[in-house]
Each structure stands twice: as structure tokens, then as C-alpha cells.
Write a protein that binds this ligand. Structure first.
Ligand code: GYE
Length: 314
């Protein structure tokens, strides 16, 4: 018998007994636009399998309308809980109200939502994206003595990770009069678009001469940018410094090869904390903070080879 049916009878369960019951959970994932996203999805699926959770997984291919359709399908199936990794912050209120009416708890992971009513979700589990931007910027200012002409590859327009990483980065460089961003454009968090946009930025910036650094909101776009810098006849990692966020294996390889300089690691392991919250909530414990946040360390070339060896086999 599905847990939601049992709960509807008014029987209360201890947290332990919820663990023991086979939960059915819907997970509306953004897509598979980056290595980090793929690791995140694989980690959630593995964790669900380990816990005996029946996971209904949906890949929205970076389209919010697909995510909303998936959430409506989870509601129609009567799942015990729903996890959403929202592609953008706005447009979620109607479907979250439908989940609330169906008495299905929703947990937000990764990016944020703007709904003005925090009764529509149990909690958000995410990294502090602003802190990631601050760490990346501080490394660049320390490395260049605050004297740097920067080009920026932004993430998906309207996505919390893009908004907050930009804000954190700008807060730091704003303290350095000789550091500024001269070009900024979205590369949509993908390697292909990152390369394409960086090619156009380099053309607009005298072939990249005088550009001190590339700041990318994720490693995938940075790796595309690195390719564009090479094809423009410049050396990424030295002619143009490269700093990013995520900490995917390919980027550690690029740092070990001298083509990139620094990244702030973003853990892809959000499934465990999300399932813990759901089991706690369904077990009757409603004392859950509205934000459970983490942040990662900054990694540079000096440890990249060893870190790559550790990550490439995972
Ligand atoms: O940095 C990027 C993915 O939302 C924090 O989305 C996440 C970002 C991550 O496309 O690789």
C-alpha cells in the first residue's frame, strides 16, 4: 500500500517505519546540459536504489514547461513526494499549489524558486552560489593583484546559479578599481554554447589581446571557452586565466594540463539530503529549515592532477 494512502487513514508512522516503506518519489530534473548535472542525476538514482525508493525521473531538457508537465504527472500518479531542480526561478506557483492541494510534499534542490509563499515547499537544499562567485573572484584578484580585464560566460538567464554567482563575483571585484568585466553573455551552461560565445567575444576584443581572464559560471562553458582561446592562437591558463565553478573531472584535467587555473567545487550529491528530508517529513517531523545550504572548496592547478585521478574513476 502506498505511503500516502496509509497516511490518509490518519495512521502516524515513526521515521524508522517510513524508511522501511517503499516510497515513490518524482524527480523533475533540469536536463543533462553539463557534466555536473549528469553526475547529480546519477547520484540521485544511485541513492534511490540504495534506499529502495521507486524514483520516477524526468529530464526536462532545460525547458520549464517540461518540468511542470512532469510535476503534474507525478501528482496524477499520487507519488509520496516530489523533488524539483528548477531550471529558472519564476513560474512555479500554480503547479506547487496543485501539489499542496494533493497533499504531496515538494523539496527544491539546486537552483531556487520565487513563489512568495514558502508553505508551497518543505525546504530547499542547495549550494551558496553567491559564495562560489565570491571565492572565484577573490582568487582572481589575489592572483592578478586586482588588475584584470575580465570576460564572463554567464549561465542560463533567470537561473539562480547564474544570478547569484554573478552577484557574488561582482561584489568582490567591485572593491578593485582596476578589475572589470568588459564582455558578458550567456553560454546557457553548455560547452558548445560556451565555445561559440567565447569565439565572438574574442573577435570583439581584438583577438583576446589584453583580456586577462575568463570567468565562467560553470566548468562546461569554461571548457568550451578554453577551446576557443586555443583556436584564437592564445594559451588558456596563461595568456588568459580561466576560473569557474562545479569541479567536474574534465576541468581538473584541464587544470592539470595548464589550460585552466581554478574552480569552486559544487557537490552533485544532493539526493541523500533530499531523501532524508522527505523521510523525516513523512515520518511526522515538520521541524525542517527552509534552506539547507552547502558550499565547496576552491581548487587550483597545484592539486589538480591528484584530484583528477580521484574523480575520473568515480
Ligand atoms: O553549475 C551547472 C548546471 O544549477 C548549480 O547548473 C547548477 C548549475 C551548475 O548546468 O553545471
Amino acid at each position: 500500500m502506498k505511503l500516502s494512502t496509509i497516511l490518509a487513514t490518519g495512521i502516524t508512522l515513526s521515521c524508522l517505519s517510513v524508511n522501511a516503506l517503499a516510497l515513490t518519489i518524482g524527480f523533475a530534473q533540469v536536463g543533462s546540459e553539463s557534466g555536473w548535472r549528469t553526475s547529480f542525476s546519477e547520484s540521485v538514482k544511485a541513492e534511490a536504489k540504495k534506499r529502495g525508493i521507486d524514483l520516477k525521473f524526468s529530464d526536462a531538457q532545460q525547458k520549464q514547461e517540461n518540468q511542470i508537465k512532469a510535476v503534474r504527472s507525478f501528482i496524477a500518479q499520487g507519488v509520496d513526494a516530489i523533488i524539483i531542480a528548477p531550471v529558472v526561478e519564476t513560474g512555479w506557483k500554480p503547479v506547487l499549489r496543485e501539489a499542496k492541494r494533493a497533499r504531496i510534499p515538494v523539496v527544491i534542490v539546486d537552483r531556487n524558486i520565487q513563489v512568495g509563499d514558502d508553505s508551497l515547499f518543505v525546504t530547499r537544499i542547495a549550494s551558496d552560489f553567491s559564495e562560489e562567485g565570491r571565492k572565484a573572484a577573490q582568487w582572481l584578484m589575489d592572483t592578478t593583484q586586482g588588475n584584470c580585464k575580465i570576460v564572463e560566460l554567464q549561465g542560463t538567464v533567470g537561473a539562480t546559479a547564474a544570478i547569484d554567482r554573478a552577484q557574488g563575483f561582482n561584489d568582490v571585484i567591485g572593491k578593485y578599481p582596476n578589475a572589470n568585466i568588459v564582455r558578458s553573455q550567456t553560454g546557457e551552461f553548455t560547452r558548445t554554447k560556451g565555445k561559440e560565445v567565447m569565439e565572438s567575444i574574442l573577435k570583439a576584443e581584438n583577438g583576446g589581446k589584453g583580456v586577462c581572464a575568463l570567468w565562467a559560471h560553470n566548468d562546461e562553458m569554461a571548457l568550451g571557452g578554453i577551446q576557443a582561446i586555443k583556436e584564437a592562437g592564445l594559451k588558456p591558463g596563461s595568456d588568459i586565466l580561466v576560473v569557474s565553478v562545479d569541479g567536474v573531472p574534465d576541468y581538473f584535467k584541464a587544470m592539470a594540463d595548464g589550460d585552466a587555473n581554478a574552480t569552486v567545487e559544487l557537490s552533485p550529491h544532493l539526493g541523500g539530503p533530499a531523501f532524508d528530508v522527505i523521510e523525516k517529513y513523512l515520518g511526522g517531523d515538520k521541524n525542517i529549515p527552509k534552506l539547507i545550504s552547502t558550499t565547496g572548496d576552491l581548487f587550483t592547478q597545484d592539486t589538480a592532477a591528484a584530484e583528477y585521478q580521484k574523480r575520473r574513476l568515480q
